[in-house]
Design a binder for this molecule. Sequence first.
Ligand code: SAM
Length: 353
Amino acid sequence: MTALGLSATMGAVTARRLRPARRSAPLVASATERVADGHTPVLLAELLALLRPCPGETALDGTCGGGGMTQALLDHVLPGGRVLALDRDPAAISRVRDRLGWAGPALTLETGSFADVDAIARRHDLQFDVALLDLGLSSLQLDDPERGFSLRRDGPLDMRFDPSAGGVTAADLLAELSPDALGQLLRDNAQERFAGAIARAVARQRTRGPLTRTGELAAVCERAIPRHLWPRHIHPATRTFLALRIAVNDELGELERGLRTLISLLRPGGRVGVVSFHSLEDILVKRLFSRLSTVCTCPPPQPVCTCAHRATLSLLNRRAVMPGAAERLRNPRARSARLRAAVMLWSPEPSPD
Ligand SMILES: C[S@@+](CC[C@H](N)C(=O)[O-])C[C@H]1O[C@@H](n2cnc3c(N)ncnc32)[C@H](O)[C@@H]1O
């Protein structure tokens, strides 16, 4: 497993179907150990302890994946509550629909991006007491070679969360970007030290034919980086795969748009939590939470406040929560996870910035 959350693969696991929780369900859920249909939720107990979903509340799971966190939310908001769960990946939604069908009208599942949660919530006339995002990709996506996320299992270089929506694939990017642009993308999205060498190696490979398979790309990266300089804990292609995935799905753009929108849909007292697996995502969350929880934005030397800025959020944790040693040992994918959470103080007017 990588520090970048790319190569987590789970062993064979059994999905456990749970009944709706009793009102007395413990807040730090027994769900911690629960494996969600092939994907083990990360930092789940910590998330529940911060967000404290209660019976009767309305919750949003913006990234339902294998459904583990959705199920934990249902456990806590039932009876009387409701969960809206989204995922860009139609396969994830249909799996979770089968798995959590017992929840009936308490669970609404939609294929779509959390960046579009505004329109989706409006359609269902929903505001939220609790909202969470668990970013990145699920083990189910990673383990399916046909999705093109895995550098260890050969498959088409696709990497789209929603292949049915069209859009560019990783193979398209590798075919179309100039070596300079590809190098920049690898640096920007994954801080790849050997971005230039990898981009040039891709360009050389292209003269022999298009790069269309994950195995080919992994081999190109292996050849581009001198063996004695290979990273110690991750495959030499890990950062390249990460950078391409982020670009194909515009993951940082979606997070920037989506988190702001999602916060605007919280009721006063509503809690939001984000689990990220990449430093760029974590920085984005940290900056937005920090800006929205700041009381005054006047420059420091100014003696009297003129900004009229009001804090919208209050932070629930000052430092990002990270998984403990036991979780990291149990689930290597958890190693790079960071959790930040905040509570809504009041309902903001739509802001121009
Ligand atoms: C780490 S998994 C979530 C796992 C889930 N919490 C669970 O317990 O099984 C991340 C999921 O987010 C989805 N995803 C990524 N970007 C998204 C976006 N902008 N909107 C909705 N879903 C997204 C991916 O398709 C993937 O299924």
